[in-house]
Design a protein around this ligand. Structure first.
Ligand code: CP
Length: 323
């Protein structure tokens, strides 16, 4: 049974919650990525075996929005470390009878839950519940605010492929305005020394874009020519993106990542997407599924998902193991 530890010096303060990457120092991010790398090596060894560092811990996966990747990878990660999980979905809970988020969390805490993984449609929900519970809170995506474990797994994937994050040029393409993935990646990538670009129509550019410390593009060919890697965002149709765009067809023509565009710009990009993807809108089928092109752009969408398990193991062990 393998033991993996965060190699933190005595002076460094322990994290209690992970609600976002804003204000998380590069040193802490690097420790999490290093620990995830240890976990990933074991995960893909064919016969993974881990110390049950979260034995006797109960983690509530509290999802007020649908999820495939995040929910399952937290659950798998928790089981690898020996934790028990409690699955909560709003539609089958007393939220449907009018119970508040705060009362829901307090009631789960009263059942001796040790930590909360929260996904919620409201920006700030994860920070809000850190003031309600004494237990650890991990943000699994809150409104348009942050999705820190997604950004960590994206950064892990970039570091795995390029060997480093520092000085890497990463362009985030698409619905930046509504994207918690974009916000967390911007904070995390800038903290660890990457050059970050964002590329989107002006209507999907955040109002504070020129204060984020990123390079702004509205022309996708120019953005691709600048970048080493692209994180393509899902057009968030459920967050009323339609009102910001003349039509999906037009968006796809100007901002869709296609083979034709990659060939035209002659760039070999590493292509990431957090999922779920809107095929043939922000990314073509061919680019999304392009796994092993010889000397060409490469998509690593499923590798990101694998890396998500390792990252969530690293986060949960770091926050919960010594509680
Ligand atoms: N990337 C991501 O958060 O996917 P899910 O919504 O499926 O969890």
């Amino acid at each position: 049974m393998k033991k993996f530890f965060l190699k933190r010096s005595k002076q460094e303060q322990k994290l209690k919650h992970l609600t976002g990457l804003c204000n998380i120092p590069a040193s802490e991010i690097t420790l999490l990525l290093d620990l995830a790398a240890d976990f990933k090596r074991e995960l893909i060894s064919g016969n993974p075996s881990f110390e049950q560092s979260l034995r006797n811990k109960r983690i509530a996966l509290v999802f007020f929005e649908n999820s495939t990747r995040t929910r399952f990878s937290f659950e798998i990660a928790a089981r690898h470390l020996g934790a028990g999980t409690l699955n909560f979905s709003a539609s089958s809970s007393s939220v449907s009878k009018g119970e508040t988020l705060g009362d829901t969390i307090k009631n789960l805490e009263a059942m001796q839950v040790d930590g909360f993984v929260l996904r919620h449609p409201s920006s700030g929900a994860a920070d809000l519940i850190t003031g309600i519970t004494s237990k650890t809170v991990i943000n699994a995506g809150d409104g348009s605010h942050e999705h820190p474990t997604q950004a960590l797994l994206d950064m892990f994937t970039l570091r795995d492929y390029f060997g480093k994050i520092e000085k890497l040029k990463v362009v985030i393409i698409g619905d930046v305005l509504h994207s918690r993935v974009a916000r967390s990646n911007i904070y995390g990538l800038l903290a660890t020394g990457a050059d970050v670009g964002i590329c989107c129509p002006v209507t999907l550019m955040p109002p504070d874009a020129d204060r984020l410390g990123v390079t702004l593009f509205t022309d996708l060919d120019r953005a691709i020519t600048w970048a080493d890697s692209a994180i393509v965002l899902r057009l968030q149709l459920e967050r009323a993106t339609g009102g910001y765009l003349p039509s999906l067809e037009e968006y796809s023509v100007h901002y869709g990542l296609t083979d034709e565009r990659l060939e035209r710009t002659q760039k070999h990009l590493l292509v990431l997407h957090p999922g779920p993807i809107n095929r043939e809108i922000e990314i073509s089928n061919h680019v999304a599924d392009r796994i092993q092109p010889p000397g060409y752009s490469k998509s690593v969408l499923l590798e990101q998902v694998t890396n998500g398990v390792a990252i969530r193991m690293a986060v949960m062990q770091t926050l919960l193991a010594q509680q």
